[in-house]
Design a protein around this ligand. Structure first.
Ligand code: ATP
Ligand code: ATP
Ligand code: MG
Ligand code: MG
Lengths: 226, 226
């Protein structure tokens, strides 16, 4: 579904140069649930942002569904992100002036797509947001905001879901609901899921776990059990 | 060190009324490490914000170090928050235009206090931020931002530390460093720590765990082990 070849991402921060990704080659198979783990600062969010065409690599290539992302112009890249990819941000990135429901429906509205209302209702009900739909983000708890971010990424039933630590602010029960939904996307729709997590219990929902350290792929584990 | 008596907090959100805290009476003993757990949306952040005088309750009383917080004027409340309380926010609340180091030192500078530089250096070293001090928040990973928020709360060696899910974005090793620092504050300084967490492993560092559900105190556990 998506892969990276010799991916490098460096930043200049004042006098220092930070190598966030140090030549990473990684393949995320279609219709599979892959977890990515590693220490804080090891490059996980950077990897996800490059894979989802939210950020341009310093060098190397990113392929989404066979397409080299660097060959797309800005309009095609926007369409890719809105139509084929769902992204759960580590910091949620909700629109403060919109309600939870408006936030959840926004990508589909921007893409002028009619979302499957029954699926959207199922997502909203499963993550427990039905009586918070008219709240704005500032009127929601941290975990409720996180669940809005998850629902927004899943509402359009995208081919690929990138989820950056989607259960970090959730108790074990709400977390299990979110992970169950991600799993359902794979099992029922054949979606591909790439999830960054620090929680081994969450990683256990994946088919495979990839480990990053210091911007490099250092290990891999198939069929993990917590 | 701090306690609440019949604490009530309600919000009006459009036509609906949300009862975030439903008459909570709770005591956080001085020199103790107390954890607060409960489902997402159960009122934990609301409780911490009321206890730290960051938010005014709808009814009920909050005492910090024996002082009824509602009897303080705005200047005294500001002094209380800056000088005697350290707060780690669930969403970090870092100043985007300041570096990590400036963010960490800000409360002490605002209070015109000279922080104990050896302690600050120990905190910075323990949470692993020594080579990120001149980065601004946007140049930091999610977990690095969280560690800046932790260091900022601890830098002034406050009497009471309120920490709202301080390890949610951290791998187990960085998380253990943060929890070890919180524990050290209690053991070495006699500080009082109140920590909200969803992680039972983190709660195991506490002397006692209080459980919230639907804005009410529902259970308590002494000497928890994971
Ligand atoms: N300004 C507001 N207006 C309306 N409702 C609010 C407001 N702020 C918070 N709430 C509601 O109050 C309840 C408690 O919120 P709180 O942030 O204390 O939960 P929490 O236990 O910290 O949850 P989490 O674990 O998700 O962080 C939630 O149901 C939330 O929707
Ligand atoms: N704009 C930037 N300028 C300089 N360095 C940056 C910038 N953005 C990120 N970094 C650095 O790149 C490294 C990787 O960051 P990234 O956000 O990918 O880590 P992460 O694995 O997601 O960590 P976490 O688990 O804490 O979220 C970090 O060390 C961070 O400090
Ligand atoms: Mg990250
Ligand atoms: Mg909270």
């Amino acid at each position: 579904a998506a892969r990276a070849v010799d991916l490098v991402k460096t930043y200049a921060a004042g006098a220092a140069r930070v190598v966030a990704l140090d030549s990473v080659s990684i393949a995320f198979p279609a219709g599979r649930f892959t977890a990515v783990m590693g220490p804080s600062g090891s490059g996980k969010s950077t990897l996800l942002h490059c894979m989802a065409a939210l950020d341009a690599p310093t060098s190397g290539q990113v392929f989404v569904g066979g397409t080299d992302v660097s060959t797309l112009d800005e309009r095609q890249r926007t369409w890719l992100r809105r139509d084929r990819i769902g992204f759960v941000f580590q910091a949620f990135n909700l629109v403060p002036t919109l309600t939870a429901e408006e936030n959840i429906m926004l990508p589909a509205r921007l893409a002028r797509r009619d979302p499957d209302r029954r699926w959207v209702d199922r997502v909203i009900k499963t993550v427990g947001l039905r009586d918070r739909l008219h709240h704005r983000p500032a009127q929601l708890s941290g975990g409720q905001q996180q669940r809005v971010a998850v629902a927004r990424a899943l509402a359009g039933r995208p081919e690929i879901v990138f989820a950056d630590e989607p259960t970090g602010n959730l108790d074990s029960r709400s977390g299990a609901e979110v992970l169950g939904l991600l799993r359902a996307g794979v099992t029922e729709d054949g979606a591909s899921v790439v999830m960054v997590t620090h929680d081994p219990t969450a990683a256990a929902y994946a088919d495979r776990v990839m480990f990053l350290a210091d911007g490099r792929l250092v290990d891999e584990l198939s069929d993990p059990t917590a």
